[in-house]
Design a protein around this ligand. Structure first.
Ligand SMILES: [Zn+2]
Length: 253
């Protein structure tokens, strides 16, 4: 066999056998096509907490978060904006190839509670059409921007077969929370909780490995977002009278 051909075969075997291949160019692309073997079972005696990242895909920070998750044997859910996904299909495909889930976060991030039922429907169906086939199936999860919802929003989501997802804890990463601040919620979160981040800040990128380490120490794995038949209270830090509920929980992948 010609030596170049031998190298090609050896390289293919190396890529297939190793979850971490440090290289650039083609090798880097192949590296990201490998889904991490996900932590499960005995590694998660205290259950699952779901990490969710809104407002991507971002060409710089999303791949960094995907790599941090993969290096840790973990996965997360990315609620993507349809218009940005349309502009960055490569980042959507990369995110899904590492085993992560992609959810619907509307086409251009409006206040859905100020829109008509037809406008809401258009926002969600356009985004589902864009995300379907970009390295994965049609999204089944939906999160309204800013958590702003209405009866019409929930009705449309139900009609389109989308699970309505809010969050248990808000990292406040969009308000310049530091990675240390973000660890506070990782310490508090319990089995089934959902944490909100945004994959467009360097501080969030820096926080992800630290958050995963905290969950590890607590015997909790980064889980998947699954529908819940029991409504779950959103933003647990809020203790006012008008509590908000949603239809999802963190569970195993
Ligand atoms: Zn958002």
């Amino acid at each position: 066999m010609h030596s170049a051909r031998v190298w090609q075969v050896m390289f293919a075997v190396m890529v297939a056998a190793s979850p971490v291949v440090v290289a650039d160019g083609v090798a880097a692309v192949r590296e990201t096509s490998l889904a991490a073997p996900v932590r499960s079972g005995d590694a998660c005696p205290n259950g699952h907490v779901a990490l969710t990242f809104d407002d991507g895909p971002d060409p710089v920070t999303t791949p960094q978060i995907v790599a941090a998750l993969r290096d840790h044997g973990s996965r997360a859910t990315f609620f993507m904006i349809g218009a940005d996904a349309q502009a960055r299909p490569d980042t959507v495909i990369l995110t899904r190839a590492a085993g992560n889930e992609v959810g619907n976060h509307t086409y251009d991030h409006p206040f859905l509670d100020e829109q008509t039922e037809q406008q809401i429907t258009d926002e969600l169906t356009a985004t589902t059409a864009i995300l379907t086939g970009m390295g994965g199936p049609a999204p089944t999860l939906f999160r309204p921007p800013y958590g702003r919802s209405s009866d019409a929003v929930e009705r449309v989501a139900r009609r389109l077969g989308l699970t309505f997802v809010l969050w248990s804890y808000d990292s406040d990463d969009y308000e310049e929370a530091t990675p240390e601040d973000m660890l506070d919620q990782a310490e508090k979160a319990r089995d089934g909780d959902i944490l909100l981040y945004h994959d467009r800040y360097q501080s969030t990128v820096d926080a992800v490995p630290l958050v995963l380490d905290v969950l590890d120490r607590r015997g909790i794995c980064a889980g998947r977002v699954v529908p819940s038949t029991t409504p779950r209270q959103a933003w647990l830090d809020y203790d006012g009278p008008d509590k908000t509920y949603f239809d999802a929980v963190a569970g195993p992948w």
